[in-house]
Design a protein around this ligand. Structure first.
Ligand code: FES
Length: 145
């Protein structure tokens, strides 16, 4: 583990009153942001650092959509599939994405509500909010990436 990572882990743990369970998700988010995924090596390091069993870390990781165990070559577009977004056209967008999967310059995943219901259909690309999505906007996005 690099010094930078070790220092950040300590900083997060202190911030959360040295509670390893409260620190786990912030630490996972930090690694996800830094490295784009959470490797087995990092899981072992986090387990040793926090004193939390690896299987619990895996369970946490697989529960949250935005944490990944795999290194990805492409950016991931998350499309909300909850009611406000479905009512405003998310289903058509998801259908379009599935039908054109081979032509896309990014990966995509469905996700739960991301708190942008007023701007439905909504999504996230590299955790940047995308509001009032449409198939046209998706096509433009695909050309820009
Ligand atoms: S329902 Fe889609 S952002 Fe809330």
């Amino acid at each position: 583990m690099s010094e930078k990572i070790k220092e950040k882990f300590k900083e997060i743990l202190e911030y959360y009153d040295n509670n390893p369970f409260l620190s786990l998700i912030p630490i996972l988010n930090f690694i996800q942001d830094e490295e784009g995924f959470i490797s087995e090596e990092r899981i072992k390091e986090i387990s040793e650092f926090l004193g939390i069993k690896e299987n619990l870390i895996y369970e946490t990781l697989t529960f949250y959509h935005f944490l990944s165990l795999e290194k990805k070559d492409k950016k991931t577009l998350y499309i909300c599939k909850n009611i406000s977004c479905l009512l405003e056209g998310a289903e058509e967008i998801l259908e379009y994405l599935k039908e054109n999967k081979d032509k896309l310059n990014f990966d995509f995943k469905e996700c739960e509500c991301i708190g942008l219901c007023d701007f439905a259909p909504a999504g996230l690309l590299d955790f940047k909010p995308l509001k009032n999505l449409s198939i046209e906007k998706i096509k433009e996005l695909n050309e820009k990436i």
